[in-house]
Design a protein around this ligand. Structure first.
Ligand SMILES: [Zn+2]
Ligand SMILES: [Zn+2]
Length: 330
């Protein structure tokens, strides 16, 4: 990894030049920079960013120079069957700004970058750039919540209280859930989960999550959301469900991860297994709206702030799962 000087790019007619102000670090940055996700050419990472519009192309009408914006990093074609169905995250011709995907273009760990006007979201004056940098991870969580289709009064289990688990926690609360249990290995993360109002916080090293959930919630939870990405935690999430329950597979597992599933149980108990990948246009819009409305606590989720020159060190800390969200500020 290296940092270099480049010319400031000029926006195409449908693009804006954005001066990046804040860019979050996530496990995807770890996976790509450590070579666990193959990329061929050198690229600028960073897919969770916000900034100020510095220049606009002729065909960008919704934004002006000086606007505060955040960025939806998935550039979707708008014409394939998935885009037409509103599943722009699954676009056949999709490109991603600085994240993991089939076609990757330069992202947000640079002072200036060009972004299609359609991929911007307007931040209001009181929404900080740091908060705005949550529009992507929060948008992924919004998609997860919509895929899980949580209803008022649902009892929910969340496995994993990293930044994503803690965003899912807050969104699940906003949906009117009656009781949320969250399970997390690290005490510093459990502490934040308690502060954010989780009803029960479990340490899986101290207690068997599945039996504790059944003990507390009776027949099991309506919905479990797995935000770790291991076979064991997906197993626990399924085993914690009541009859008719639903599991959301949200954490990013290794590509070859499997579990064995009793398909009679899936049939007879009507268990729903639902995945949620990345962010779509609708969840991005809703995410920006939630941030502008100050409905999400991001302040307690940011534990480290870095300069761009410290990026390698910051990614290292993220790999070791030290603290919660790390943000590069410009
Ligand atoms: Zn991310
Ligand atoms: Zn498409």
């Amino acid at each position: 990894m290296k940092i270099e000087e480049r010319e400031i790019p000029a926006p195409e007619s449908d693009e804006a030049l954005v001066e990046v102000k804040a860019c979050g670090i996530c496990m995807t940055d770890v996976h790509i920079s450590k070579g666990q996700f193959g990329v061929s050419d050198p690229l600028v990472l960073g897919h969770e960013f916000s900034g100020v519009v510095k220049e606009i192309g002729d065909n960008v009408s919704k934004y002006d120079v000086g606007d505060r914006v955040s960025v939806n990093p998935i550039i979707s074609c708008g014409n394939c069957e998935f885009c037409i169905a509103g599943r722009t995250n699954l676009c056949e011709n999709g490109k991603i700004l600085g994240g993991a995907g089939d076609v990757i273009i330069d992202g947000g760990f640079q002072e200036y970058t060009t972004v299609p006007g359609d991929n911007l979201g307007a931040l209001n004056q009181k929404t900080s750039f740091e908060k705005g940098a949550f529009s992507e991870p929060l948008g992924c969580a919004v998609r997860g919540i919509r895929r899980a289709d949580i209803s008022s009064g649902d009892r929910v289990l969340i496995i994993g209280a990293g930044p994503m688990g803690l965003l899912l926690l807050q969104l699940a609360q906003l949906q009117g859930t009656s009781e949320i249990t969250i399970s997390e290995l690290k005490e510093e993360r459990r502490k934040v989960a308690r502060k954010l109002g989780a009803d029960r916080v479990l340490d899986p090293n101290q207690t068997d999550v599945v039996s504790k959930v059944k003990e507390n919630v009776g027949k099991g939870v309506d919905i479990s959301m797995e935000a770790v990405g291991t076979s064991q935690t997906v197993r626990d999430a399924i085993d914690s469900l009541k009859v008719g329950g639903k599991i959301l597979v949200f954490g990013v597992p290794p590509e070859d991860a499997t579990i064995s599933l009793n398909i009679f149980d899936v049939y007879f108990d009507e268990i729903d297994v639902v995945g949620s990948y990345a962010i779509d246009k609708n969840s991005f819009r809703r995410s920006v709206s939630l941030l502008n409305g100050d409905k999400i606590n991001t302040e307690d989720l940011v534990t480290h702030r870095f300069q761009l020159a410290e990026l390698e060190n910051a990614i290292e800390l993220n790999e070791q799962r030290v603290g919660l969200k790390k943000i590069v500020k410009f």
